[in-house]
Design a protein around this ligand. Structure first.
Ligand SMILES: [Zn+2]
Length: 467
């Protein structure tokens, strides 16, 4: 029996001494999805981004307590602008884009008031797998030095007009193309008052057992001049939560972002292995809490004189969050990165739901087992040293290069491959699905030997374990 199993495994064992291992970078250039992404990102307009931000700023404040009844001032005017702008994309979307106001009564504890939180949600329905959702958001509400001030100027150009403008521009560009999965473009309300809009949205999705395979928040993504007077415009920071270790679903999404950055000229992603900056929060948090993979994009070095400040000057130094301090060329690159990431994930199949690894008893080989995904014939096994932040090696397996068998306990079909010469104790291994156009899913990583808590919410299991 042992001999037989060894013989079977030998058939599907890949000798890693041969140059069959493909690094993510070497596979990224030629495939079909690369062409699709290249065309989409070429359509991003820095002028559109600047126009959106100037318009949002012209309403003087977008605080949750600001007026809803004025055409030219306050949150109501901003909501009309965002909704009308995204509605203008419907006609050329082939009927797949819908836009709605999602209104939720919320007890805003920070303000001691019951308010209506209004998210503007544009949904681009997927063609073949519409029940799988990706969410990209920015928050349109703003604030000044006093968090409860609904009257005074709160331009919020960068925090978070930048993320809001990126979401609207991504919606414009992407709604002209087709994707198998659904993408939601959301302008969130009430972030500054305790993540009110994103929490309402995440809860709504979780209550309806929606499958959200990734949520991205863009918050403070349009300034490149640090407080040290140094301009940094070559990278973007990417924060992701993990309850323990480095392999949460959010971290998996973050590593998909580094891959997506490989398709964008002059922009890298810096992975930060913490959920957010010290003492700060963002709209990705409620999605993490709901068990969904989520991440936060933020510029390299924030200038705190531009955040939550009244417009003033002290000792010759200007304060306030105004468009004149922004870098729209950089914001265009950030928008391109969002499109690259969303286009790939929404084009690809979902990730495998379960991946397991074990060491061989008679050799330093890794046995990898995963659940097949409907309609998928190619998978990519990826791995890295436990101390490395991102995937270092990739091995493409097409039909015939992996084995199908029955799980001894459950009887379910599972797929198997062996990484010959790799020591299971030294690496983290994951599997992603590959579509015909070369698009890759998020990686599902095998759990560590001492923890077995892969999350299920993203797959519609309704549980809130491991994220
Ligand atoms: Zn913000």
């Amino acid at each position: 029996m042992t001999v037989l199993i060894a013989a079977i495994l030998a058939t599907f064992s890949i000798d890693l001494q041969e140059p069959r291992s493909l690094t993510p970078d070497s596979t990224i250039a030629q495939d079909g999805v690369a062409k699709k992404v290249a065309k989409l990102v070429s359509e991003v307009s820095a002028d559109n981004l600047e126009h959106s931000i100037n318009t949002l700023v012209s309403f003087e404040t977008r605080h949750v307590l600001s007026t809803s009844d004025d055409d030219a001032r306050g949150r109501g005017a901003a909501q009309d602008f965002m909704e009308n702008r995204m509605r203008s994309f419907i006609a050329s979307s082939g009927g797949r884009l819908t836009v709605e106001r999602q209104v939720t009564p919320v007890d805003a504890r920070r303000l001691g008031a019951e308010i209506e939180v209004v998210n503007i949600v544009a949904t681009l329905r997927g063609t073949t797998d519409p029940d799988r959702i990706y969410v990209v958001g920015g928050h349109y509400d703003s604030r000044n030095s006093r968090g409860s001030d609904g009257e005074g100027l709160a331009p919020g150009a960068n925090d978070d007009g930048s993320g809001t403008a990126a979401v609207i521009e991504a919606c414009r560009v992407m709604s002209q193309a087709e994707f198998p999965a659904t993408i939601m473009f959301v302008c969130y309300d009430g972030e500054e008052q305790g993540l009110l809009g994103s929490r309402a949205h995440a809860q709504k999705l979780a209550e309806s057992d929606s499958v959200v395979d990734g949520m991205i928040t863009n918050d403070i993504v349009g300034n490149t001049l640090g407080m040290d007077a140094v301009t940094r415009d070559g990278y973007l920071r990417c924060f992701s939560y993990a309850p323990r270790g480095n392999d949460s679903m959010g971290r998996s999404l973050a590593r998909a972002a580094t891959r997506a950055a490989g398709r964008i000229a002059e922009l890298d992603v810096m992975l930060v292995y913490r959920g957010d900056r010290y003492g700060r929060g963002g709209d990705h948090r409620p999605f993490f809490d709901a068990g969904y993979p989520s991440l936060r994009f933020t510029e390299p070095r924030e200038d705190f004189s531009r955040q939550h400040q009244n417009i003033t000057e002290r000792n010759g130094k200007p304060y306030g969050d105004l468009p004149e301090f922004m870098d729209f060329t950089y914001l265009a690159k950030v928008t391109q990165l969002n499109i690259s990431l969303l286009a790939e994930l929404a084009s690809a199949p979902p990730p495998p739901s379960v991946v397991r690894v074990s060491g061989a008893r008679d050799a330093h080989d890794v046995r990898v087992t995963w659940q097949p995904v409907d309609g998928v014939s190619s998978y990519e096994v990826v791995w890295r040293l436990t101390t490395s932040s991102d995937w270092e090696s990739a091995l493409m397996l097409s039909e015939g290069e992996y084995e199908a068998g029955e799980n001894r306990r459950s009887g379910a079909v599972e797929l198997r491959a062996v990484l010959a010469g790799v020591c299971v104790d030294d690496v983290v291994v994951g599997v992603r699905c590959v579509a015909g156009d070369g698009s890759r899913s998020r990686v599902q990583a095998a759990p560590d030997g001492d923890s077995f808590d892969q999350g299920r919410q993203a797959r519609g299991g309704g549980r809130r374990r491991g994220r």
